[in-house]
Design a protein around this ligand. Structure first.
Ligand SMILES: NC(=O)N[C@@H](O)C(=O)O
Ligand code: NI
Length: 172
C-alpha cells in the first residue's frame, strides 16, 4: 500500500522497562523483585512506579477508562502532556495496547516519537510532562485502571503537528 506523501508510518516496538525508562515506568511483574506476604498466600511486587501527583496539592484520582479502537490508519495530529503530574494506565484485561510517547520538555517532533506495543501483561506510568497520545487500544471495550491527578489547575497541554503527520498503519 503506497504511503501518502505527507504521512510518516509509525511502527510499534515491544515495550520494555529499559526502552521506556526515558518516558516513565512499565508496570509489570516480569523481572521485578517481590516478597511474600499474607502468610505465604500472596507475593507483593512492591513500588513499581513513581506516582507523582502532589504538585500544588494535587489529589489522587483512581478511575476506569473503557476504551475502543480508533479507525486505522490512525493519523497522529496531536500529542498531550500533563505538566503537573504522572498518569498511569493499568489494563484490567490481558490485551496488548499501543503507547505513543515523546520526551518531556521541548515540543514533540515526528523524529522523537516512539510507538510501543505492550505484551498484554504490562501497564505504563507516564512521568510528569512526558508527551503522549491519548490511550490507544486495539480491541473493543478495553478497560484500564487510571491513576492520575485531580485539582482545579490546568494540567493538560496539547501540541498539534503541522505538515507531515505520523500514521499508525492498518496492520502493524
Ligand atoms: N483525558 C484523559 O483523562 N486522558 C488522557 O490524559 C489520556 O492520556 O488518555
Ligand atoms: Ni494523558
Amino acid at each position: 500500500m503506497s504511503q501518502a506523501p505527507n504521512r510518516m508510518p509509525l511502527i510499534p516496538r515491544p515495550l520494555t522497562r529499559e526502552a521506556f525508562a526515558p518516558f516513565g515506568d512499565v508496570i509489570e511483574t516480569a523481572g521485578r523483585d517481590h516478597f511474600t506476604i499474607n502468610d505465604g498466600y500472596a507475593e507483593r511486587f512492591h513500588d513499581l512506579a513513581n506516582i507523582d501527583l502532589a504538585e500544588q496539592n494535587g489529589r489522587t484520582l483512581l478511575s476506569i477508562f473503557r476504551a475502543r479502537p480508533r479507525p486505522r490508519p490512525i493519523v497522529i495530529t496531536m500529542m498531550e502532556r500533563h505538566p503537573l503530574s504522572s498518569q498511569a494506565f493499568i489494563p484490567l484485561y490481558s490485551v496488548p495496547f499501543l503507547v505513543l510517547v515523546a520526551p518531556a520538555g521541548a515540543e514533540p517532533t515526528l523524529e522523537n516519537l516512539t510507538l510501543f506495543r505492550t505484551n498484554g501483561r504490562q501497564g505504563v506510568n507516564f512521568a510528569r510532562g512526558v508527551w503522549h497520545f491519548p490511550l490507544l487500544v486495539e480491541q473493543e471495550n478495553q478497560e484500564f485502571l487510571i491513576v492520575d491527578r485531580g485539582g482545579p489547575e490546568k494540567n493538560c497541554d496539547l501540541f498539534y503537528f503541522e505538515g507531515v503527520l505520523g500514521e499508525i498503519p492498518a496492520a502493524t
